[in-house]
Design a binder for this molecule. Sequence first.
Ligand code: NAD
Length: 235
Amino acid sequence: MTRTIVIIGGSSGIGHAIACGFTRQENSHVIATGIEASAPEGFAGDLLEFQSLDVGNTAAVKAFFSTLDRLDVLVNCAGIIRRNGEEFTASGFEQVIDINLNGTLRCCEAAKPLLARNGGCIINTASMLTFFGSAFSPAYSASKGGIGQLTRSLASAWASENIRVNAIAPGWIKTDLTAALEKNTERSAQIIARTPMQRWGNPDDLVGPALFLASDAAGFVTGALLPVDGGYSAN
Ligand code: NAD
């Protein structure tokens, strides 16, 4: 039996690393989606199938899942952040919530019938800003706080249909999303100082936790938010 694994927002960064991680398991067909029109530079096209998908577009999300014959694992990794005060405006706030939070729900809803057929699971992507506020990114923080409650709520609601729903909560990981922050030497030093393991994370640090949550070893785990943060949230 070949498992079908879909990584939404799997074209770069954390999602891409997780998608590549799933290909190392036997009998896995891995589809990675992204907002880009075609697979971006660095995409592992030899391992992964790429599909363009905007999670802000409900019809496109439904159409994408309707093409699948089966689905065992859905990883929701699409996410954006807006800087320079944009998230303090109503339009900037709505845009970030719509992609990060509503987009996750759109994919969960469209995937649910397929997942219910095989006892599948969902892994959402939370954040340290699921647990803490941010003076710079109110929309991103609100969206990630919402991911925590959405994850717990869907876990409760869908357990009876044999669907597990969990989230990974990455700490500070080197990707395009955080490149500007990492280049800010003062902020970057503050992050490292607060992280007990004294470093930024890499996208590959999220692979093992995602594989675990999608495995039979996590068969009694649902509604969990798993920090992968070098101890940041424990400090
Ligand atoms: P990234 O920019 O490398 O990846 C973002 C992904 O989202 C890409 O695949 C992109 O195509 C996709 N995407 C963006 N807009 C989209 C849309 N409208 N529709 C569909 N896909 C869209 O960034 P990343 O750091 O790898 O982020 C991945 C996830 O991890 C995000 O949810 C982010 O919030 C979360 N996260 C990242 C960090 C970090 O430190 N990098 C920490 C906590 C959580």
